[in-house]
Design a protein around this ligand. Structure first.
Ligand code: AG3
Length: 313
């Protein structure tokens, strides 16, 4: 480009053109290149580990806002659609969010015999809530510490956040850890948190799983998102042991979320009474889904040998 500008300047002298004419040519060319170099090459990157970085080309920055707790950003990528990131950690993209939200919700919901009262901890985007509401529940409570996540989702992810308008929903803006200490009577509790580092770390602790146990009815079931075994093996193992030490039945199941680190994702479930492996789901309600099916339900609980090995060590 420098070559081009110098060339233009030289040509102008040769042709005896006046300078304002030059700037009429140079400025548009310069801004075209600037746009190419700076704006067209904007990338969002998440460090998935010290050695792995996952990047998405950003064709639009829709919002970047700092809340009391975190930086909430919404970007747009041509292939994956809109992206919601909290403190630079991808929470969802509109293209693949259903493989996560359907599986975190329907596996515990259908394992329970008739869930009426459900609690979602985190999940301020409303995706898990949308799936829970496909069941004939009476009450769906959602507790998220950050009101701004809900507001952002309402503004930029209407297909996900319309669930907040359902009359069965009650939203509590507070810390989920404190909330489960003082509330109970839930059939299913879903922990839709971010990663087990930073502010969410206590949502992955044994004490918290114990409080969740106490907040559940006698046949209650809880599930937590628990990362990928390719990157968080130790965490999954620890969580599995913690849940097993509290709940009579502990199961890990999997889904695939292409934009999460490791892509192959786990959920850890604790059940007080129903054995998830014995539950007959052939007669459960038919609901509209894009990923979850009854045979998928069975299959996802049948975890691969490498994961079984990891858990038994
Ligand atoms: N919560 C789990 C997000 C974890 C993704 N981790 C990451 N990108 N490092 C998702 C919230 C969606 N309701």
């Amino acid at each position: 480009m420098i070559f081009l500008i110098t060339n233009l300047a030289a040509t102008s002298r040769f042709l005896n053109l006046n300078l304002s004419y030059i700037s009429d040519i140079i400025v548009p060319i310069f801004s075209y290149y600037l746009k190419e170099v700076i704006f067209m090459e904007l990338w969002f990157s998440e460090f998935q580990s010290k050695n792995i970085k996952f990047s998405l080309k950003v064709n639009k920055v829709l919002s970047i806002e700092k809340s009391e707790y975190q930086t909430i950003a919404v970007y747009e990528n041509e292939d994956m659609g809109r992206i919601l990131a909290l403190d630079n950690v991808i929470q969802l993209t509109t293209k693949d969010e259903f493989t996560y939200h359907e599986m975190i919700a329907h596996v515990p919901m259908f394992t329970h015999n008739a869930p009426e009262k459900v609690l979602i901890i985190g999940g301020g985007d409303g995706g898990t809530l949308r799936e829970v509401l496909k069941h004939p529940v009476k009450h769906a409570h959602l507790v998220d510490i950050d009101r701004k996540v809900i507001e952002t989702s309402k503004k930029f992810f209407p297909y996900i956040s319309y669930s907040f308008e359902d009359p069965r929903v009650k939203v509590f803006i507070e810390d989920g850890i404190e909330f489960v200490k003082k509330n109970s009577g839930y059939d299913v509790i879903i922990i839709d948190s971010t990663d087990p580092i930073g502010p969410a770390v206590n949502l992955f602790s044994r004490d918290f799983y114990k409080d969740v146990f106490n907040a559940l009815n006698k046949d209650g079931i809880m599930v937590a998102q628990t990362e990928s075994p390719f990157l968080y093996a130790d965490v999954i193992k620890r969580i599995y042991d913690d849940i097993s030490s509290i709940y009579p039945y502990t199961n890990i199941y999997t889904s695939v979320v292409p934009t999460y680190p490791g892509a192959f994702w786990t959920f850890s479930m604790g059940s007080k009474m129903v054995d998830p492996l014995k539950k007959d789901i052939t007669q459960t309600l038919d609901i509209e889904t894009k990923y979850y099916t009854k045979s998928m339900h069975k299959a996802c609980l049948d975890i691969p040998p490498f994961l079984k090995d990891m858990l038994s060590k």
